[in-house]
Design a protein around this ligand. Structure first.
Ligand code: SF4
Ligand code: SF4
Length: 180
């Protein structure tokens, strides 16, 4: 009985060692420009046209970044057989944004669950600056022609989305909404 138990434990240990000694999938790097088609982001590398499984716009705006059509970008991720890149991190200009942990778990799910504030859907924003002028705490700025809300400054008043009850009626193209 004792011998069987020792054998069982030895096999269990070998199994655990085998699992942990497996190399993690190597991330590949891709660079190109962004395209936005049918509600999805794509990367045009010049040779390939690959769909990006990437963090939602809110996660970018929280981190002071904006995805825009034709924007040069470098992404690191795993390319699937379906020509979709599961994006782990991306670099826009000087800024790098990590969006998945080593196991591929989305970091934005944690970030959005912990906060409750307003965000700009960058693909809808027409850059009119009305929200910038009307935010009572100066939480909105323009970046690359698109409004970005600073989550640390936002006091959740909703004026940018719904207006101030006077002259300002809120974002004219409904590009602002409360983060879920
Ligand atoms: S009001 Fe709306 S469209 Fe105008 S800058 Fe702000 S988010 Fe963009
Ligand atoms: S919800 Fe209020 S404080 Fe937050 S960005 Fe909009 S206007 Fe500014």
């Amino acid at each position: 009985m004792k011998k069987k138990m020792v054998m069982f434990l030895a096999i269990l240990m070998m199994g655990i060692l085998f699992v942990y000694s497996q190399p993690k999938a190597e991330l590949q790097e891709f660079s190109g420009t962004l395209k936005f088609i049918g509600g999805n982001w794509f990367l045009s590398t010049g040779e390939d046209f690959l769909q990006l499984d990437i963090a939602p716009a809110e996660y970018f705006t929280e981190n002071q970044l904006v995805l825009k059509k034709k924007l040069p970008i470098v992404v690191k991720g795993l390319l699937g057989d379906d020509d979709v890149i599961l994006v782990y991190e991306c670099t826009i200009g000087e800024s790098t944004l990590v969006m998945r942990d080593d196991d591929g778990k989305p970091l934005w799910e944690v970030a959005t669950a912990e906060k409750n504030y307003y965000v700009v859907e960058s693909s809808k924003c027409i850059g009119c600056r009305l929200c910038v002028k009307n935010c009572p705490v100066g939480a909105i700025s323009m970046q690359n022609g698109v409004a970005v809300i600073d989550a640390d400054k936002c006091i959740n008043c909703g004026i940018c989305e719904k207006g101030d009850g006077k002259l300002f009626k809120g974002c004219p193209v409904s590009a602002i909404k409360q983060a879920e």
